[in-house]
Design a protein around this ligand. Sequence first.
Ligand code: HEC
Length: 135
Amino acid sequence: MISRVAFALMTLALALAATASVAQVQSPSPFSSNPFRFTHQDGEAIYRNVCAGCHMPDGRGASGAGAYPALARNAKLEAAGYPVLLVVNGQKAMPAFGRVLDDNQVAAVVNYIRANLGNAYTDRVSTDDVKAARQ
Ligand code: HEC
């Protein structure tokens, strides 16, 4: 469990480092030339590759080298704006993914966690909701 978390952190560190160096080159879009951008478009695939390392594949969360809250059966996901904000901007030990995931990808992964992992919130988040959460 700890090594999975360590792996997720390493992947993330690489992605963030890549984002930082791309930003210095003054790319017109933060995404267009980032070679470390996650390419998956499907919410479940993004969850498995980006989120599951900390929140676990079934969303039950983890504790060990930190506390990773369960996303499974999580009533805080009812208000769609909350997970959107968290994914885009991060919060405490939750990293911000706004620079490595585009609007479609954020919407896809938020729609995935809200309608799966024991959650059944079927109103969909749109790319406009994600745009509004970017600061
Ligand atoms: C590096 C580990 C890590 C990764 C990767 C990660 N998270 Fe988190 N996440 C956290 C931590 C730690 C918190 C608790 C933040 C806090 O203390 O406020 C959290 C909190 C959350 C919450 C709020 C849960 C609650 O009950 O308040 C949501 C929603 C969430 N994460 C979604 C995601 C999604 C979706 C992804 C993938 C795009 C993701 N996380 C990737 C560590 C991570």
